[in-house]
Design a protein around this ligand. Structure first.
Ligand code: SF4
Length: 457
């Protein structure tokens, strides 16, 4: 076990991490996110992605993870130096240093390290940084094929979004979209067409078949929509043909926008494999179909019930992305999940609450105060009843709702570089006016509670 009994996070950090170096983080060795469509990787979701050398992977497929950049950063961590890409963690640690040192704040590198065995951590630290390392946890995206074009997504992650831009041109007059998410097709995200041989995908399968399937503890496939990618099914076929040869747990992010027979096929094909399914939603009915363009609410809920009734999954997880438009029915949505917990058990279905920061004009913080206050009150009532009285929330679910309640009350801007609220609100209106036209939607009819405010923007 990585942690010993009753050990706090801080005690663990001092016992296992600090004795190695002042900057050690196991994610640089054992964890990766790899976008095979764009040929990019990073160690956890905080550092920006960097390019994988397409020539190197022809002879060494492990280089889709073991890039020269990661090797240089491992060497820095062995020396106790801080790779600049990990500034998310350093900032948090530096805040802690300025305050009372006895009250040290734990940065993500502790949480990204504690999941691995102590012996593996010693081995990573004592191995030459030049050596290739086999991953233990991996999140992978094969391509961006997706039948949805959610308002908070963009063409880098959805082929339906690409079609919108191709057909109608880029969105215009968005002052705060500094990263130009909505102005072009993001061709760099899909370097090879679906019919071409993608060398990054081939390198992954080569590594998987040689030895990755023996060392990897968890493989999470994301997208696009993974169940629309032929590569996901190629991997599932491998599991079927090599039953018992890999103990890797499989996790799939899916929008569940399918007829039930696709899920039946998935469950049949993964019989005997530990499978977690992650799906997204954060509001009810017409709100959900407005925000998540492509979603059929009845189909999504009936697929959820099908998966719960089947009880074949290791876990079913609902990821809530807290954007401005979900606040009106978010609590009703969370009650729906709690009702499912009541029926199927507390562990049968979980939820996570992730607060949207980009694009900042879709942040819940741009809403009028009375709407935020109303949502906050409903969430307080929800958390008190579902957690304290009904005892149906896990600690992480309670903490994440509590964090959102505080966020709605105390935070003013979505992120440090965000523009003023007036500019974000103007972009909000500019964006949804164009979204309505392109997608055949109607903001005012869908959100009558916001119409007066929207008209006045
Ligand atoms: S140090 Fe922090 S930012 Fe860097 S890989 Fe580890 S958890 Fe991620």
């Amino acid at each position: 076990m990585p942690k010993i009994a009753n050990e706090t996070d801080l005690q663990y950090k001092r016992r296992v991490i600090d004795i190695k170096s002042a900057s050690f983080c196991a994610a640089k060795w054992y964890n990766a996110t790899i976008w095979l469509g764009s040929g990019q990787t990073t160690s956890c979701h905080h550092p920006l992605p960097h390019a994988i050398d397409v020539e190197e992977i022809k002879t060494n497929p492990k280089a889709i993870h073991n890039t020269p950049q990661k090797k240089a950063e491992r060497a820095m961590m062995q020396r106790g130096e801080r790779p600049s890409g990990c500034e998310y963690c350093w900032k948090i640690e530096d805040i802690a240093d300025q305050e009372d040192a006895s009250d040290e704040i734990i940065s993500d590198r502790v949480y990204k390290t504690v999941i691995y065995d102590d012996g593996d951590l010693d081995e990573a630290f004592n191995t030459s940084a030049e050596q290739d390392i086999n991953l233990q946890t991996l999140e992978i995206a094969f391509d961006r094929t997706c039948q949805f074009a959610c308002s908070y997504c963009n063409p880098a992650f959805s082929s339906s979004w690409v079609r919108d831009i191709r057909r109608n041109g880029g969105y215009t007059n968005l002052v705060s979209d500094g990263r130009n998410h909505f102005t072009h097709e993001h061709d760099h995200s899909q370097l090879y067409s679906i019919d071409d041989v993608n060398p990054y995908v081939e390198a992954f399968f080569k590594w998987w078949e040689s030895d990755l399937h023996k060392t990897l503890k968890e493989l999470r496939i994301t997208g696009g929509e993974p169940l629309m990618s032929g590569y996901t099914w190629r991997l599932i076929d491998w599991f079927q043909e090599h039953r018992g040869q890999s103990t890797t747990r499989l996790a799939i992010n899916s929008n569940l926008g399918f007829e039930q027979d696709k899920l039946e096929r998935l469950l049949d094909a993964t019989e005997g494999i530990e499978l977690d399914l992650y799906t997204s939603n954060e509001s009810i009915g017409q709100h959900a179909t407005y925000i998540r363009d492509g979603l059929d609410w009845d189909q999504w809920t009936s697929n959820l019930l099908y998966l719960l009734d089947g009880r074949k999954l290791r876990g079913l997880h609902v990821m809530c992305t807290i954007n401005a438009l979900c606040l009106i029915s978010l609590t009703e949505f969370l009650w729906m999940i709690v009702d499912l917990k009541k029926k199927y058990g507390k562990d049968a279905i979980n939820f996570s609450v992730n607060i949207l920061r980009f694009p900042s004009f879709q942040s819940p913080l741009i809403l009028p105060e009375d709407v935020k206050e109303q949502a906050r009150k409903e969430l307080v009532r929800f958390v008190n009843m579902a957690n304290s009285e009904m005892k149906l929330l896990h600690e992480f679910e309670f903490n994440q709702v509590a964090r959102l309640i505080n966020y709605l009350m105390e935070v003013d801007t979505p992120h440090s570089g965000a523009l003023s609220r007036e500019i974000l609100q103007r972009d909000f209106k500019n964006f949804y006016a164009q979204y309505d036209q392109r997608r055949g939607k109607d903001f005012k009819n869908t959100f009558p509670e916001l119409t007066e405010w929207y008209n006045a923007l």
